[in-house]
Design a protein around this ligand. Structure first.
Ligand code: FDA
Length: 308
């Protein structure tokens, strides 16, 4: 209930203004976000990589309805890639893109614009030795995102995509996409979706996650197991063993600031552990989804407000 209310609030302009202008919120935000500037993303990458972690970087921003802003987001990624390359940190790093930030929802030629912006980023990333994964947004964007993925993969087969276990369609998408070398990030799904398209009960989402994971682990692609759920992690480890997938054949992914001790544990056990590092000043939508996932985060925020 609280989660649904927070996701609804994340679309409300007055709530957005109140949350983003509070200095206290900003302190809590720092737990989940590397910083506002590209330098913070680069420094966090250096720190995590020296600790043995892989990274995927997300320049925050979504739902762009302005062509200039979509192009500015593309340029922000190009700057990120070149800064990482200058510092010797690009190779084997990854960036995560939201196509809505690239202009996907613009009326008229939005999809074409998003594909062109993503294409420019994928080409620069490939030159620098980086990979790209497309984030998945709400269910209305899935067909468009998978269509753009197919286009991008013609030039860069390593481009990955996130699939959301909560959607009924995802098992079929996993089957279609578990092809040789195909990088698929399996997540539970962070958006408020109608029950016509998504499992309403969390227990059913978890069961769907296991079914999707079984398909991906049995397939020929490269599964990216993105979850903080210890049960899903244990099941992924068992499935990897069953299908003889070694540490180079799949990876775990978790969000920056969430369950760092589990991240460290998996890394120490020899698994590839990639941390999703968001940065930038447009953190509101991302932050509200993190609050919605876990009521304890709201308590943490409220406690900070009271004890400031
Ligand atoms: P679940 O929600 O069951 O949480 C399991 C446990 O993890 C909790 O009990 C808690 O201990 C911890 N936890 C989870 N969320 C937390 C939080 N916010 N704060 C503190 N602790 C928390 N979604 C999407 O729709 N599209 C996408 O592209 C992506 N991309 C993505 C990348 C990566 C690397 C990750 C890890 C996740 C995403 N997600 C996403 C988000 C995903 O859909 C999902 O909402 C969150 O990962 C939470 O689900 P869990 O699988 O962790 O399980």
């Amino acid at each position: 209930m609280l989660g649904t209310a927070l996701l609804a609030a994340s679309r409300n302009r007055r709530v957005r203004a109140a949350v983003t202008h509070s200095p206290v919120t900003r302190r809590v935000v720092r737990r989940f976000i590397a910083g506002d500037e590209v330098s913070a993303a680069v420094n966090t990458t250096r720190r995590l990589r020296s600790g043995g972690f892989a990274v995927t970087l997300d320049h925050l921003g979504e739902d762009t309805l302005d062509r200039a802003q979509a192009e500015a987001t593309r340029d922000a990624y190009l700057t990120l890639i070149s800064r990482l390359a200058d510092q010797g940190l690009a190779n084997a790093s990854e960036a995560s893109l939201k196509l809505s930030a690239m202009g996907q929802a613009l009326p008229g030629d939005g999809e074409t614009l998003a594909a062109a912006n993503a294409h420019a980023i994928c080409a620069a990333a490939a030159d620098a030795g980086m990979t790209i994964t497309l984030d998945m947004e709400d269910h209305t964007t899935v067909d468009s995102t998978l269509g753009i993925l197919a286009e991008l993969r013609k030039d860069q087969p390593s481009v990955g995509v996130a699939l959301q276990a909560m959607l009924y369609r995802t098992e079929a998408d996993c089957r279609d996409l578990a092809t040789t070398g195909s990088r698929i990030r399996l997540v539970k799904g962070a958006y408020a979706e109608p029950k016509s398209v998504a499992h309403p009960a969390k227990s059913d989402v978890d069961l769907a996650y296991v079914r999707c994971l079984s398909i991906l682990m049995a397939g020929l692609g490269y599964p990216m197991v993105a979850t903080h759920d210890p049960r899903m992690i244990a099941i992924a480890q068992r499935l990897a063993e069953k299908h003889a997938k070694g540490p180079d054949d799949f990876e775990f992914q978790m969000l920056y600031g969430i369950r760092p001790s589990t991240q460290e544990q998996l890394r120490a056990q020899g698994s590839r552990m990639r941390i999703y590092v968001p940065y930038g000043d447009d953190w509101y939508g991302y932050f509200m989804r993190r609050l919605a996932e876990r009521p304890a985060n709201v308590t943490f925020l409220l406690r900070s407000l009271i004890t400031r």
